[in-house]
Design a protein around this ligand. Structure first.
Ligand code: AMP
Length: 359
């Protein structure tokens, strides 16, 4: 549980951002609002973040010469993608404050490590077994039963790298389809709803949690976030306690988003966590006293954390693929707040923007 003196990186400084997607873009916009410059580092041409950042390095995460120059040009480094190689984070951390650190990423990059970490703190998850081949998959299915979900341990997101198993599933085919040698079998959780909590933490240990929100998924991708979540005060308190406990135990500096299942009998189980801004926090841009992106800047720069009060009950809807074609009607809708990410091509399943609305 790392806790250090607070180093303040004042406005006018340059924040280095690893990863150049929409989360980096919205962080860069919030940073600019507080007088910071953002230098984005990532491998993608014409990226959502590079379009709004002050400076860009277009390079791979193992381009050490580019990373060396990047480290010299920034005052603090953070990230918008938890799968940045830990070697990259360690290289930068030896040269410039880099948060969250590689120990946090090592846990967040691996579904087995993530669930083990939570369980070791007494926090519940779906029952799970690590699986490395068809034989260990058969053994795990014999123990956990079906329905269950087979997920690749690393690099899974938005329902990718997952197979649902039913009693009659062909296990050999399911294993082949994942194309991995490290997976996890999870028992299927019958949930009443899915919720998430985002916690900000500074290097001196000061934390602030955003309110509990409800997430509705479609085809494994977040579709809508409803704010606040319609859960009992006891469930909200427990979800917040869990998210804060994980943030503190991991020693996160920046943000930690924790996705959880709420069971019909009111238990709260951790599904996943991500040490970065999260899609379920996009509502904060228009309906919270402080946006998650500004809060990230505040946390990594050692500024006072902002208030997290809900300004009005609201809803966030993702615009996936050609949903984005509705932009004209959404702009005409009273009260709707449209955010587009500047992506040229609206491929199916691609997050193109979102809309926040009062409800
Ligand atoms: P994930 O990539 O782990 O966040 O999974 C995407 C979505 O699939 C989750 O938000 C849930 O809706 C569903 N899901 C994942 N794991 C489970 C599980 N063990 N039991 C029930 N539903 C799950």
């Amino acid at each position: 549980m790392s806790k250090t003196a607070l180093t303040v990186v004042p406005p006018g400084s340059t924040i280095g951002m690893l990863g150049n997607g929409q989360l980096g873009r919205m962080t860069a916009l919030a940073a600019a609002n507080l007088g910071y410059r953002v230098h984005v580092f990532g491998p993608d041409q014409d990226s959502p973040c590079a379009q709004v950042a002050a400076t860009e390095t277009l390079a791979a995460f193992d381009d050490w010469a580019a990373l060396e120059a990047f480290a010299r040009s920034v005052d603090v480094v953070t990230l918008e993608w938890e799968n940045i190689p830990t070697a990259t984070i360690d290289f930068l951390a030896a040269r410039v404050p880099t948060v969250p650190g590689s120990a946090v990423l090592a846990v967040a990059q691996d579904r087995v490590a993530e669930k083990t970490f939570a369980n070791n703190l007494g926090i519940g998850t779906a029952p799970f077994r690590a699986v490395n081949d068809v034989e260990s998959l058969r053994a795990a299915v014999a123990e956990l039963g079906t329905p269950s979900i087979l997920k690749s341990t690393r690099m899974g997101y938005d329902g990718k790298g997952q197979v649902r198993l039913a009693p009659d599933s062909d296990l050999a085919a399911a294993w082949e389809s994942l194309r991995t040698d490290a997976a996890v079998l999870e028992g299927f959780v019958t949930f009443a709803c899915e919720v998430s909590v985002i916690v900000a933490r500074r290097s001196d240990g000061v934390m602030a949690a955003f309110p509990v929100v409800e997430n509705r998924h479609a085809k494994g991708i977040l579709d809508e976030t409803v704010v606040p979540a319609a859960v009992t005060p006891a469930v909200a308190e427990e979800a917040t306690r869990i998210a804060r406990a994980l943030t503190e135990a991991l020693g996160v500096v920046g943000l930690l988003a924790v996705e959880m299942f709420v069971t019909p009998d009111g238990r709260v189980l951790v599904n996943e966590m991500a040490p970065r801004p999260h899609n379920s926090g996009h509502w904060t841009m228009d309906f919270c006293a402080t946006s998650q992106f500004e809060q990230l800047v505040r946390a990594v720069c050692g500024l006072p954390l902002g208030a997290t009060d809900i300004l009005a009950p609201c809803m966030m809807k993702n615009l996936i693929g050609d949903d984005v074609d509705q932009w004209h009607a959404l702009l005409a809708e009273p009260g709707a707040r449209l955010h587009l990410y500047g992506k040229a091509e609206a491929r199916p399943g691609r997050k193109m923007g979102h809309v926040n609305r009062p409800r």
